[in-house]
Ligand binder design. Structure first.
Ligand code: NAP
Length: 471
């Protein structure tokens, strides 16, 4: 673990307003359920405390080497062992031998600063949302926020409350999923039911899973012959488009210009939506908040210049510009059988079987690997549990069979990926042409799982030995 504590996303993202956008009773480990989540969508600190407490409860800390970065992993075909090069907290170098690697480095933790001309010329402080700099005073300052994705949508309201003036630079309006309880506490009555009524908590978790995740998925399916694919991909998609726009119009409260700026012109669910209870739209409509849709031409020493020649002078720039999600495992160097370098092998188009194993890289197991992200909803914790289950089954099979390593058969991997690619094209995020972090530099949807959560669970319940070459 490169950081000095557990928590990952919830350790690194400390921006104001940060909270999970999946209800917590679902976004939590099945083996570490809580009946006392304070909010429907918990805040970053509550989540960080949760992950810390899980690490303590299960005695994981003693197995974790903190502040230790894996820089390289090389497979030895003779011994079927991996040799890992480590960089430790004091900058020292070490190596470690391992029979297998389970890689849980995440997708959304390498911040991207946009390639805007003049970015380094800005003379004031600037930082990325995932590297929030508390030392920079925002109170009473003129602040620019670049981006209106899921992160920015959460910190725009609190920053607006601090800044004297806020300028939000929006390239593409996000779809806003109306979520009245986005910032709500779990009602006392529900807390009572969770604690005292047998199976209520389990039922609630299942209900969330079924209605939200599996229930929303059909709305993202492409319908053949749908007449206006530029605005929706099918009837269900068109229906939620209409509902979302209706709520947005009501939230804009007669401000037609705001509505015009915020109404997306691409199908809903083709890009990650942002949740809002109305606060975001109200904030963007404030007199001291300027939603700038004129594209940024360059960054100047004193602020930003737009394409139409408007100069916006600011004291601070905050980048809510996302992550290099499709560069899986970067910057680690990984060398498999025959001296194959993983990044050269992938050539910018990372793929894996079930998102977990890659041919020619035996006993390398990925968690949250290619095509294991979900758009519509669901919980990445659910996916990680499926992956962990499958990986443990692989290792069990290795131990029981007396084999040293397993290597995914290229034909199995390729057929799986053809299927995933075809299925993703049948979904809003694959069919729409809007810019998203789901698509890699080759234009392929490399992040998303195209099907139900149930299907992923079924496919990862047990390893099929026929899928692998056993070494
Ligand atoms: P993101 O979704 O990639 O959003 C980046 C934003 O920056 C977009 O609005 C993008 O515009 C804009 N942008 C990028 N380059 C730009 C440029 N050169 N000029 C102007 N605008 C530019 O990143 P994110 O908001 O950090 O979210 C990433 C993912 O993390 C989310 O999709 C979600 O899965 C996850 N997340 C989850 C939570 C949660 O659970 N609560 C919170 C935050 C994030 P375009 O849309 O035009 O590209």
């Amino acid at each position: 673990e490169k950081n000095d504590d557990v928590g990952g996303t919830w350790y690194e993202n400390t921006y104001p307003g940060c909270r999970v956008d999946v209800p917590n009773h679902f976004y939590s480990y099945s083996c570490a359920q809580r009946d006392d989540w304070p909010s429907v969508f918990s805040t970053q600190q509550v989540l960080l405390d949760y992950f810390r407490s899980v690490a303590d409860e299960f005695g994981l800390r003693e197995s974790i080497r903190f502040e230790t970065e894996v820089t390289e992993a090389v497979f030895d075909e003779e011994t079927c062992q991996w040799t890992l090069a480590l960089r430790t907290a004091d900058g020292g170098r070490e190596t470690l031998e391992a029979n297998a690697i389970v890689c849980g480095v995440g997708q959304l933790n390498r911040p991207v600063l946009p390639d805007i001309p003049g970015r380094d010329d800005f003379e004031g402080p600037s930082f990325h949302s995932a590297r929030w700099d508390d030392r920079v005073e925002l109170r009473g300052k003129r602040v620019a926020i670049i981006g209106t994705g899921a992160s920015a949508a959460q910190f725009i309201p609190p920053v607006a409350d601090m800044a004297s003036e806020l300028f939000v630079f929006q390239r593409t309006p996000p779809w806003i999923l109306p979520t009245p309880d986005n910032r709500s506490e779990v009602p006392e009555g529900q807390q009572f039911l969770m604690r005292h009524v047998p199976w209520f908590a389990q039922w609630y978790r299942f209900w969330l899973f079924w209605t939200m995740s599996e229930g929303l998925l059909p709305m993202a399916r492409v319908e053949d012959g749908w007449p206006h694919p530029e605005r929706s991909v099918g009837e269900g998609n068109e229906q939620i488009r209409n509902v979302f726009l209706e709520v947005l119009r009501a939230q804009c409260a007669g401000d037609d210009e705001l509505y015009r700026k915020l109404a997306p012109d691409y199908p809903p669910l083709s890009k990650r939506f942002v949740r809002d209870d109305g606060l975001l739209v109200r904030t963007l409509g404030r007199d001291d908040v300027d939603l700038v849709t004129d594209p940024i031409e360059r960054i100047t020493p004193t602020g930003l210049r737009t394409k139409s020649g408007r100069d916006v002078d600011v004291d601070v720039i905050v980048y809510g510009t996302g992550f290099s999600a499709s560069k899986f495992l970067v910057p680690m160097k990984v060398v498999g059988r025959g001296g194959r370098d993983l990044h050269q092998h992938w050539a910018g188009d990372a793929r894996a079987y079930l998102g977990i194993t890659v041919p020619h890289f035996p006993n390398l197991f990925l968690m949250y690997g290619p095509n294991t992200n979900i758009v519509v909803n669901g919980s990445i914790i659910y996916f990680s549990e499926c992956e962990a289950n499958y990986i443990v089954d692989c290792i069990r099979e290795l131990l029981e069979s007396g084999r040293r390593a397993l290597d995914c058969k290229p034909a199995v991997h390729d057929a799986y990926n053809r299927r995933i690619d075809a299925e993703n094209l049948r979904m809003a995020w694959g069919a729409a042409t809007v810019n998203t972090w789901y698509r890699n530099e080759k234009g392929r949807i490399s992040q998303n799982w195209p099907s139900t959560l149930l299907a992923y669970w079924q496919q990862t319940r047990a390893v099929d030995p026929a899928d692998y070459e056993w070494l």
